[in-house]
Design a binder for this molecule. Structure first.
Ligand code: HGY
Ligand code: MN
Ligand code: MN
Length: 415
């Protein structure tokens, strides 16, 4: 039996990685059998750590360790247990497992904190199955949108139906909402999902803010035609128009310091000998500030309209997800910095998170802060090539524990 700590957290990442719907890879989507299995495993680990586990009405798996007296407001530690398709094994999962390790350390130490310690393994941070992300943390924050129950997955199954199949009652989703008075704050440990820490030769960073993101489905419509018989000056080739726009998206993003990614493109009807009459592509657009993000979008949209006008095409825009940038809570960020300093790193690296996180939703109900740890292989993530170093995980665990004690010290001083 692996002793508590970084090695056990990594071993448990392997166990969670086996809970997948994808042959030869990791994919665990919202309200799936794999999600249920991951929640059950995480609940067992929480129980072993001395927490009382439960699953809330949104499918989040939670655990609670009482503080100095029962019923105190809770400092929440967490991350998500769902994944993107063909995912790595640390994005989200490692944060939940580090939280469990911290809770076990607190319990074993006999320290009675001035608040309860809660852990949440959030459901559906990625939005893989239903498109809209942060569903579990929006429910936690009480910012759930009623029309989300009607969201359908690629097989046409609605979120409400999937919830019922998961054993949840969609009508009770509001009961998952937490009251601000019951919360002290939210801390999340997460791999950086970028190259900055690896390039700098540093293990940890404190996060200043989390980038806001917009996700759009974009459609260019022209006219299908014969690949041989349609002269170029008569073509209304939707895919070539889309391609011109996609290349410009990257140029605008690089020029404006924003981040635009086209994750998927489809041409219709898709025949090898047919000029595409329609092309659809996705856009994930994010930036350190919402203003920068939205200015970049305005430039992209304006360019696209000009291309379509010149080529005799139509342009259609559907935004299906938007989450605004969130600044981390100053006091909680200071506690994370104190945790990093407690590991001997006297000058914590500060990074804004290019990746989205549950803290973007949780910030609606309490202050949030994040601890990043280095991931190797050039910081690759959302890929099976995601890697972390056990020594960095051990350092992150110490920093995370230190952050909890720093929050406690400040909380007692201000009670
Ligand atoms: O998309 C993101 O940034 C996050 O990994 N969900
Ligand atoms: Mn992710
Ligand atoms: Mn993540």
């Amino acid at each position: 039996m692996t002793p508590p700590g970084a090695a056990r957290a990594l071993e448990r990442c392997e166990e969670l990685a086996a809970l997948t719907s994808m042959v030869g890879g990791i994919e665990r989507v919202h309200l799936s059998p794999e999600h249920a299995a991951a929640n059950a495993l995480a609940a067992d680990w929480m129980r072993e750590a001395g927490l009382a586990p439960w699953q809330d009405q949104a499918g989040n798996v939670c655990g609670r360790l009482e503080g100095a007296s029962p019923g105190l407001p809770a400092l929440v530690l967490g991350s998500h247990l769902d994944t993107v398709p063909d995912a790595g094994r640390y994005d989200g999962m490692l944060g939940v497992l580090l939280a469990i390790e911290v809770a076990e350390r607190v319990r074993r130490s006999g320290t009675s904190l001035p608040f309860a310690l809660e852990i949440v393994g959030f459901a559906d941070e990625e939005g893989t199955r239903f498109g809209t992300a942060l569903l579990g943390s929006h429910a936690f924050a009480g910012t759930w949108a009623a029309d989300w129950q009607a969201l359908a997955d690629p097989k046409g199954v609605s979120l409400g139906e999937a919830a019922r199949g998961f054993g949840l009652d969609p009508a009770t989703i509001a009961e998952a909402a937490r009251a601000p008075a019951d919360l002290v704050g939210y801390l999340e440990a997460h791999i950086e999902q970028g190259p900055h820490l690896e390039d700098a030769g540093r293990a940890l960073a404190v996060v200043s803010s989390i980038a806001g993101a917009r996700r759009l489905a974009l459609t260019v419509t022209g006219r299908a035609g014969h690949a041989g018989g349609t002269p170029y000056d008569r073509r209304r080739d939707a895919l070539v128009g889309a391609a011109e726009i996609i290349v410009e998206i990257e140029r605008i993003a690089v020029q404006t310091g924003t981040i635009g990614t086209v994750g998927g493109v489809r041409a219709f009807p898709g025949g090898v000998n047919v000029v595409p009459g329609r092309a659809r592509f996705s856009l994930d657009l994010r930036a350190e500030t919402d203003t920068a993000r939205d200015d970049a979008w305005d430039r992209i949209d304006s360019f696209a309209r000009k291309v379509c006008e010149r080529r005799g095409l139509q342009w259609a825009v559907e935004e299906f997800y938007r989450a605004d940038a969130v600044a981390c809570d100053p006091a909680l960020r200071t506690a994370v910095e104190a945790g990093i300093r407690a590991t001997g790193d006297e000058d914590p690296v500060v990074l804004w998170s290019r990746a989205g996180h549950d803290g973007m939703a949780v910030a609606a109900v309490t202050g949030v802060a994040m601890l990043f740890l280095r991931c190797g292989n050039g910081g690759v993530s959302h890929s099976p090539d995601e890697i972390v170093d056990e020594a960095d995980v051990a350092t992150a665990l110490d920093a995370f524990e230190g952050a909890v004690h720093a929050v406690a010290a400040r909380y007692e001083a201000h009670e």
